[in-house]
Design a protein around this ligand. Structure first.
Ligand code: EPU
Length: 350
């Protein structure tokens, strides 16, 4: 394994932001990590772990040693009368992995079709779409502790999954003192896919597909195709327009706060949660503030989904991470002024 110097990152982040990594190593196996760790210059605190680059905003050249995770492999570990235990290397493309599981006849991941990025990055933000989250199918994962070199196996309960959140998004300071951010490099992820399968069609866009087609008992592959169609219609393809998916999390408010907002804006899209809080559609809030389709510098708000910020630059003048963050702050300010809600960015800003 070689450590490359001054590596252009534009093709390694889906926003297409131009920046460089001072040093970058492509990790193809656990042994590659250990080889780096044996080097006298190894500083675990000065490492940045990069997967598919689909959930990051790069605001300048990266001085850390970038570990680009490219560990391959996918296999069936166990099959019994209850279901299938499937494992994938952290460097596998998420969507290709989902597609492969369905081809093998193992359903369960179809609602998560077409999400950009890698298998190893999926647990970090607990990816979710159309009523299913990664944590609903997650079994366990392997990771290397970058401080000790130890191979860790983490079960569901060790990962502290939440809405677009996990133990891998938090450092060791603060409330989640056990955070593994920057410390655990995920190498392999395992999924439990039960034989007893029912289509998850509760999300409005999928209900609409059922109504339009009259197919009330779709196959897993049918649900996969629907999810791909819905995403293609709403979300920009990062290969064509640079973006990092949803830029803000959907905020939670109390029932009282929500009632107050409904009093002023009866159309606000809101979802009551089991714990009594209410989740609001951040895309709707941003849209209501008039941001859809707007451009500031070379960063813009996607015209079909206000929750997605996009790169409006070109090859000569690509959008910078600074421009994205400027636009993000302007949006946060107007949503706060109108609704009293602070939107929290979803991607990792580095
Ligand atoms: N809406 C608007 N205007 C907009 C955007 C949305 O009025 O510009 C309204 C929609 O009409 C809808 C509601 O807001 O009533 C919710 O919109 P949508 O169904 O598109 O979902 P979302 O809440 O905006 C979330 C996830 C997506 C995921 C979809 C489907 C977050 C931050 N985003 O988006 O995840 O694909 O639900 O489950 O939770 C991602 O994380 O990158 C991502 C794309």
């Amino acid at each position: 394994m070689v450590v490359e110097n001054h590596v252009p990152l534009q093709a390694l982040n889906t926003f297409g932001i131009a920046a460089r990594a001072h040093r970058l190593a492509r990790i193809r196996s656990e042994e590659d990590v250990r080889a780096l760790m044996r080097h006298p210059d190894w500083r675990p605190q000065e490492v940045f772990i990069l997967g598919g680059g689909s959930n990051i905003v790069i605001t300048g050249d990266l001085r850390q040693l970038v570990l680009k995770v490219e560990i391959p492999g996918r296999r069936l570990l166990r099959e019994d009368e209850r279901g299938w235990l499937v494992e994938a290397g952290a460097g596998e493309r998420w969507h290709a992995f989902v597609d492969w599981t369905l081809t093998q006849g193992w359903p369960g991941l179809e609602n998560l079709a077409l999400i950009p990025g890698t298998v190893g990055a999926a647990p970090v933000q607990n990816i979710g779409a159309y009523g299913v989250e990664l944590q609903d199918r997650f079994h366990s994962l392997d990771a290397i502790d970058l401080e000790t070199g130890e191979l860790l196996t983490l079960q569901h309960e060790h990962c502290a999954f939440g809405y677009r959140d996990s133990v891998f998004k938090h450092g060791r300071a603060g409330a989640r003192a056990m955070g593994l951010k920057g410390r655990a490099l995920i190498t392999r992820v395992r999924f439990w896919l039960p034989r007893r399968w029912r289509p998850q069609l509760g999300y409005q866009d999928l209900e609409r597909k059922v109504a339009e087609t009259g197919i009330t008992a779709p196959s897993p592959r049918q649900v996969f195709d629907w999810v791909c169609e819905i995403r293609r219609a709403k979300l920009p393809d990062p290969a064509v327009i640079g973006n990092a998916g949803s830029f803000f999390k959907n905020p939670s408010v109390t029932a009282e706060q929500c009632a107050d907002i409904i009093g002023r804006d009866p159309k606000v899209v809101h979802y009551p949660m089991p714990d009594g809080t209410v989740k609001l559609a951040a895309g709707w809030l941003i849209d209501a503030c008039g941001w859809k389709g707007k451009t500031v510098g070379h960063a813009g708000v996607y015209e079909k989904q206000a929750l997605v910020l996009v790169n409006r630059g070109d090859a000569e003048h690509p959008c910078t991470g600074g421009e994205v963050m400027t636009l993000a702050r302007l949006i946060q300010t107007s949503v706060y002024e109108r609704f009293g809600i602070r939107l929290e960015p979803e991607p990792v800003v580095v």
